[in-house]
Design a binder for this molecule. Structure first.
Ligand SMILES: NC(=O)c1ccc[n+]([C@@H]2O[C@H](COP(=O)([O-])OP(=O)(O)OC[C@H]3O[C@@H](n4cnc5c(N)ncnc54)[C@H](O)[C@@H]3O)[C@@H](O)[C@H]2O)c1
Length: 713
C-alpha cells in the first residue's frame, strides 16, 4: 500500500530542503483532501525545522500540480461543505506563506488552479521553459472562481490587468509569458531548473534571506495608473464590459471573480479577503452552470479515455501519414489540422489550382496564428512542410488513411473511392467526410468495406472540435478505433455514430433551421429570431446566420434528403422553394439573409430578402419563449428518436457532447438533453402536442419520448 506521506516528501539538503510532490499511483499531482492534509503536516514540519529555504519540485514528468480534485469538488453539494474545503485550504496556504524560511516553487509542467494558487503562496516561483509548463487559473471554465487565494494573490503579484486577463478567461501562460508579467522570477531550461532553484535561494540566503515584498510594483507609468486608486475603476469597468460582451451574462463566475478582486485588491486584511473569496467561491460553486460545466469536463475526459469500440483488445493503428482527396474548404482545413498535429499529409485534387487553394487555406490559418504570436515562423514552416499535393496518386501506396472530401455527389464519390482503393495498400482506411450521404451506400464501392468509415468534420475544421466517426454496417473495429484515435491525435473530440440521414448533429440541428423558415413565413423578423437564440438562449449563432454559414442551397438540399428518408414528419416551409429560385447561397457568395463585405465579414440583414421572398415587412410579435421552444423542442424530439429508435448513438451524454462540440450548443446549459431534463419531459410533451395541433405534424411527440421520464436516469 502506498503511503500518502509519499505524496509530499521533505528531502534534506543541508540548510535548505527539497520538497518533492509525487502522488503515488497517479499520473498527476492533485490537491485532494488527503493530499491537502499531508501538505498541512509538511508545512507544520517545515515551520518547526531550521531550514532556511524550501524548494518545492514535482517528480511527475509533465505535471507540477494539476489542481484541486474535481471529482471531490463535484461531490460537495452544500455551502457548508464548500466553505469547509476552501477555509481549510486557505489555512494551509496562509501558514505556508507565513513560514519564516524562503519558499520557492520550481515549476516544471502544468501548474493549474489550486496548483497555481499553491505556487502563489510561495515567496518565489521559477519555471522551466519546457513546452509542458503552463501556469494559470482555469477555474472559470468549470463555472467557479479561484478559491484557494488566487483572486487575492495573483493581482498582488502581477497587477490588475495581467491577473484579470488570466482569471477571467481561465487562461494559462507559458514560462516566457509568466516571466514577462512577473508571475515567475526566472524561466530556465528544464534540466537546470532544480539546480538553478538551489543556487537562487542560496544567493538570497547569502544576502540575508529577506522575504520579498508582497505588493505589486508597477513596471511602467501605465501599469502604475491602472493599479492606482483611480485607474482601478477603469480596469474593473472595462473588465466587466468585456466579460458581459463575451458571456452575454450567462456565466456568473467571471463577474463574481471581478467582484472579489475589486473588494480585496489593495487590502492588507488577509482574513477579510479570504472570507470574501471563500463566500464568493461557494456562491458560484452551487450554481447549475457550474454543475453543467463540471459534468461536461468529465464527459470530455471520458472521450479521452475511450477507444471508439467496445472490445478492449482492439488496437488502433497509429497514423503518421494520411492523404486527403479534395483540397476545397474542408480538404484544406483537414490537411492543416493533420499537419498541425504532426501527421504528414498528401492532398490530391483534380487541378493544380485547387491544390494551390488548399495549401493557401492551410497557410492562411497559420498566418493568423503567427500574427497573434501563437506560433513562430519556424513552426509555421514546419507545418507547411508536412503538406504536399498533386493531381495524381503518387505517394498513396504509403498512406495509412485517406480522407475523402470531394464534391457531395454519391456517384462521383463512389467512382473516386473505387479508384483510390486501387492505388492504396489493402489495409489503408478510406474515410469519407460526407455530411449527408449514406456511408453504407458509399462503402459498396470499396473492395474492402471493413476498411471504409465516415469521418465527419465540421466547418471551419480548425475551430470546430467535433468529429462524427460514422461506423457503417461493415466497418471493422480496427478501422473505427483507428479513425477515433486519429481524430484525437488531430486535437478533436470524436463521437461514434451510426449511419443515417444527417448522422447525429445535422439531423438534430436541421429542425431548428427549418423552423426558422416557418417563422419567417409567418412574418417574423430575421434579426429578432437570431437574437432570441443568441442573446436569450446562448447559441453562438441564430438559425438564419447559421443557414448563411452552411450555405442556403446545402440546407435546402439536405432538408429534401431528410424528407425523402425520414418521411412526412419533415415538413418544409414554402419559402425553401422560393429561396432556391434566388441566387442567395449565404456566405459563399456573400448573399444570404445577411449582407457580407468583400472579406466575408457579416454586415446587417439584407432587407431586400423579405420582398424577394414575397413577404411583407416583418410585423409578427413573437415571444422569445415561443421562438426558441419551437426549435429546441423539435430538436429534443428528434434526439429521442435518434437515441432510442434509430440508435444513432448510445447515450444521452454522447448527444450532449456532440451538440456542444459540433454546434456550440451553450455549455452552461449542459447540452440539449440536460436542458430537456431541466425543462421536464412532461412539459415538453405537452408543449409539443399543443404546437402539433396548432402548427403541424412536425411537432408530434415521438413514441420514444412519450415513454420517457428523463434522458439522464
Ligand atoms: N463545407 C462544409 O461546411 C462541409 C462540412 C462538413 C462536411 N462537408 C463535406 O465535405 C466534402 C467537401 O466539401 P467542401 O465544402 O470542401 O467542397 P468544395 O467544393 O470546397 O471542395 C471540393 C473539392 O473537391 C475537388 N474534387 C472534385 N472531384 C474530385 C476528384 N475526383 N478527386 C479529387 N478532388 C476532387 C474539387 O476540385 C474541390 O477542390 C463534401 O462531401 C461535403 O458534404 C462539407
Amino acid at each position: 500500500m502506498s503511503d500518502i506521506k509519499d505524496a509530499i516528501r521533505i528531502v534534506d539538503k543541508g540548510e535548505i530542503c527539497l520538497v518533492e510532490w509525487d502522488l503515488p499511483g497517479e499520473k498527476v499531482n492533485k490537491l485532494s483532501s488527503p493530499v491537502m492534509e499531508r501538505l498541512r503536516d509538511v508545512v507544520d514540519e517545515l515551520a518547526e525545522s531550521s531550514y532556511k529555504a524550501a524548494i518545492f519540485v514535482s517528480r511527475k514528468e509533465k505535471i507540477y500540480i494539476a489542481g484541486a480534485d474535481i471529482e471531490e469538488i463535484q461531490k460537495l453539494n452544500t455551502k457548508e461543505a464548500y466553505m469547509n474545503a476552501v477555509t481549510q485550504a486557505h489555512e494551509i496556504l496562509n501558514t505556508l506563506e507565513d513560514l519564516p524560511m524562503l519558499t520557492v516553487a520550481a515549476i516544471n509542467g502544468a501548474c493549474l488552479g489550486g496548483g497555481c494558487e499553491f505556487a502563489l503562496a510561495c515567496d518565489y516561483r521559477l519555471g522551466s521553459d519546457d513546452k509542458s509548463t503552463k501556469i494559470g487559473l482555469p477555474e472559470v471554465q468549470l463555472g467557479i472562481i479561484p478559491g484557494f487565494g488566487g483572486c487575492i494573490r495573483l493581482p498582488k503579484l502581477v497587477g490588475l490587468a495581467a491577473s484579470l486577463d488570466i482569471i477571467l478567461a481561465g487562461k494559462s501562460v507559458n514560462a516566457k509569458k509568466a516571466k514577462k508579467i512577473g508571475l515567475i522570477s526566472e524561466a530556465v531550461p528544464k534540466e537546470l531548473l532544480e539546480q538553478r532553484a538551489i543556487d537562487f535561494v542560496t544567493e538570497k540566503i547569502a544576502r540575508g534571506g529577506k522575504k520579498p515584498s508582497k505588493t505589486f510594483e508597477a513596471k511602467s507609468m501605465m501599469d502604475g495608473f491602472l493599479n492606482s486608486f483611480m485607474g482601478r475603476s477603469v480596469v474593473f469597468k472595462q473588465a466587466r464590459k468585456t466579460v458581459l460582451k463575451q458571456s452575454k451574462g450567462f456565466y456568473p463566475a467571471p463577474i463574481k471573480a471581478i467582484e472579489v478582486v475589486q473588494k480585496t485588491y489593495g487590502s492588507s486584511n488577509r482574513e477579510r479577503c479570504v472570507l470574501v473569496e471563500a463566500e464568493s467561491f461557494c456562491d458560484v460553486a452551487l450554481t447549475d452552470v457550474s454543475g453543467h460545466l463540471v459534468n461536461l469536463f468529465f464527459a470530455l475526459e471520458d472521450v479521452k479515455k475511450q477507444t471508439g469500440v467496445k472490445d478492449k483488445n482492439i488496437k488502433a493503428k497509429n497514423v503518421d501519414y494520411m492523404a486527403v482527396l479534395g483540397a476545397g474548404v474542408m480538404g484544406g482545413g483537414i490537411a492543416y489540422q493533420g499537419a498541425a498535429k504532426g501527421v504528414d499529409v498528401r492532398m490530391k485534387d483534380i487541378t493544380t489550382d485547387a491544390i494551390a487553394k488548399g495549401l493557401k487555406a492551410a497557410r492562411d490559418i497559420l498566418g493568423k496564428k503567427l500574427k497573434r504570436r501563437r506560433i513562430s515562423k519556424f513552426e509555421l514552416a514546419n507545418v507547411m512542410n508536412r503538406i504536399s499535393g498533386g493531381t495524381d496518386y503518387s505517394g498513396f501506396k504509403h498512406q495509412d488513411v485517406v480522407i475523402e472530401a470531394i464534391v457531395e455527389d454519391m456517384n462521383i464519390k463512389k467512382a473516386v473511392i473505387k479508384e483510390t482503393a486501387e492505388h492504396c495498400k489493402a489495409d489503408c482506411i478510406i474515410a469519407t467526410n460526407t455530411s449527408s450521404l449514406s456511408v453504407n451506400e458509399m462503402a459498396k464501392a470499396h473492395p474492402h468495406p471493413e476498411n471504409f468509415v465516415g469521418m465527419h468534420f465540421f466547418n471551419p475544421v480548425d475551430k470546430m472540435p467535433l468529429v462524427e466517426v460514422i461506423r457503417g454496417e461493415h466497418t471493422s473495429d480496427e478501422a473505427t478505433a483507428t479513425i477515433f484515435a486519429l481524430s484525437k491525435k488531430m486535437g478533436k473530440t470524436p463521437v461514434v455514430v451510426k449511419d443515417g440521414p444527417g448522422f447525429l448533429v445535422n439531423r438534430l440541428l436541421l429542425p431548428l433551421l427549418s423552423e426558422a423558415l416557418f417563422l419567417l413565413e409567418e412574418g417574423c423578423d430575421i434579426v429578432k429570431v437570431d437574437r432570441f437564440y443568441t442573446h436569450q438562449f446562448g447559441m453562438p449563432m441564430g438559425p438564419f446566420r447559421l443557414m448563411d454559414e452552411v450555405g442556403l442551397d446545402t440546407c435546402i438540399k439536405v432538408l429534401k434528403i431528410f424528407r425523402e428518408s425520414l418521411g412526412e414528419r419533415i415538413e418544409i416551409s414554402k419559402l425553401s422553394e422560393k429561396l432556391s429560385s434566388t441566387d442567395r447561397l449565404g456566405c459563399k457568395n456573400r448573399k444570404g439573409f445577411y449582407l457580407y463585405d468583400e472579406r466575408g465579414k457579416q454586415l446587417e440583414v439584407d432587407q431586400s430578402v423579405y420582398a424577394e421572398l414575397g413577404l411583407p415587412t416583418p410585423q409578427h410579435k413573437l415571444s422569445s419563449k415561443e421562438c426558441v421552444e419551437r426549435g429546441m423542442l423539435q430538436m429534443i424530439n428528434e434526439a429521442s428518436r435518434a437515441l432510442y429508435e434509430d440508435r444513432i448513438v448510445e447515450t444521452p451524454q454522447e448527444v450532449d457532447v456532440a451538440m456542444i462540440m459540433g454546434t456550440g450548443f451553450p455549455p452552461f446549459r449542459g447540452g440539449l438533453l440536460k436542458y430537456a431534463d431541466n425543462l421536464g419531459i412532461e412539459y415538453i410533451i405537452q408543449e409539443l402536442e399543443e404546437y402539433s395541433t396548432k402548427l403541424g405534424i412536425r411537432f408530434k411527440p415521438a413514441q420514444s419520448l412519450l415513454q420517457l421520464k428523463s434522458f439522464y436516469k
